[in-house]
Design a protein around this ligand. Structure first.
Ligand SMILES: [Zn+2]
Length: 316
């Protein structure tokens, strides 16, 4: 009998296998996560990650070492913030509501890891034509530029857009294009994304119902008329905060820090404390657009500040 020597490489070849598997090659993060808020089916659909650059540039009033110390104790890199884009699709008895669109195909403020909403929606079994309302927290690039595709066509052809009137008027005002800087780029992008829906706009107002089960909560500061939303069903309540708080590592512990893209950093900090206080006292689940994926968790008071606790992911 001849014993045939088995070459190690013939039974264990990790590199060629990885090459053959595009999902491994692209190092993709998980794309969607489903849970329930009472009777509503909720699906977080990711538009991928953003990398907004060095953290010290994002918080210009804060000493660099103070930022780095917190990032290090949270085991996060100090050379660049990572921000997820957790878009929520809520299926109620009557509506299919998308909260914020993600940045879409743009690569100036986006990156190779963003622009994944369409693929992830398909993977989650959601047809963009099913969306009846897109409810916006605000009109910054990462929240509304995904409303249209590269050719300017609507990605959600059957949806109305729900947004605060002040926010819509601020970001679509062409007279302010001449102001330059990131504001001008944001205005051009908001006009490109929102104007194709101009005949199907509905303005939301503070503490008023947007659609059954969803109530607007005015939360200005990060942007001119930023709005958060309470989602309620069968005694369960969640608070979709938008960008009232984005870095869970930095801003729960330091709710008074100003962020470089805040419209009014002092008002943003005041609003952050008011909204987080409400979440604690009303025992609300938080859904955060930029929180670590999938962005669902709770908040507790910690001294004069707050602490974020991600919700466990339940596998059924
Ligand atoms: Zn944002």
């Amino acid at each position: 009998m001849t014993v045939r020597r088995v070459e190690r490489s013939s039974v264990y070849r990790p590199e060629p296998l990885m090459e053959e598997n595009p999902a491994r090659r692209e190092n993709r993060a998980a794309g969607w996560h489903r849970f329930h808020i009472g009777d509503h089916e909720a699906t977080v659909v990711s538009d991928g990650r953003l990398r907004p650059g060095p953290p010290e540039q994002q918080f210009p009033e804060v000493p660099k070492e103070a930022i780095f110390e917190i990032l290090r104790k949270n085991f996060l890199p100090t050379d660049g913030l990572i921000m997820e884009q957790n878009c929520l699709v809520l299926r109620t008895a009557r509506d299919v509501v998308l909260f914020d669109s993600g940045i879409g195909v743009d690569k100036e403020f986006g990156c190779d890891e963003s622009g994944r909403m369409a693929d992830n929606m398909r993977a989650a079994g959601i047809d963009p034509r099913e969306i009846t309302s897109v409810v916006l927290t605000h009109a910054h690039c990462d929240h509304c530029w995904g409303l249209t595709d590269a050719t300017g066509e609507r990605n959600f052809p059957n949806a109305e857009i729900c947004i605060a009137r002040g926010e819509y008027e601020f970001w679509t005002d062409e007279r302010r294009l001449s102001e330059g800087g990131f504001q001008a780029t944001f205005i051009a992008g908001a006009r490109r994304s929102l104007l194709p829906y101009r005949d199907r706009l509905r303005f939301v107002s503070d503490e008023a119902e947007v659609v059954p089960g969803i109530t607007a909560v005015s939360s200005p500061g990060h942007s001119f008329a930023h709005t958060s939303y309470i989602i309620s069903s069968d005694g369960y309540d969640a608070l979709l905060v938008g960008d009232v708080v984005h870095s869970t590592a930095l801003l729960f512990e330091n709710p008074d820090w100003g962020f470089s893209y805040d419209f009014d950093p002092i008002l943003a900090a005041k609003t952050r404390r008011r909204i987080l206080d409400r979440a604690v006292s009303e025992d609300l689940t938080l859904i955060g657009f930029h929180f670590p994926y999938p962005g669902v968790g709770r908040v507790r008071r910690e001294g004069e500040a707050f602490a974020y606790v991600p919700a466990p992911i339940v596998h059924k």
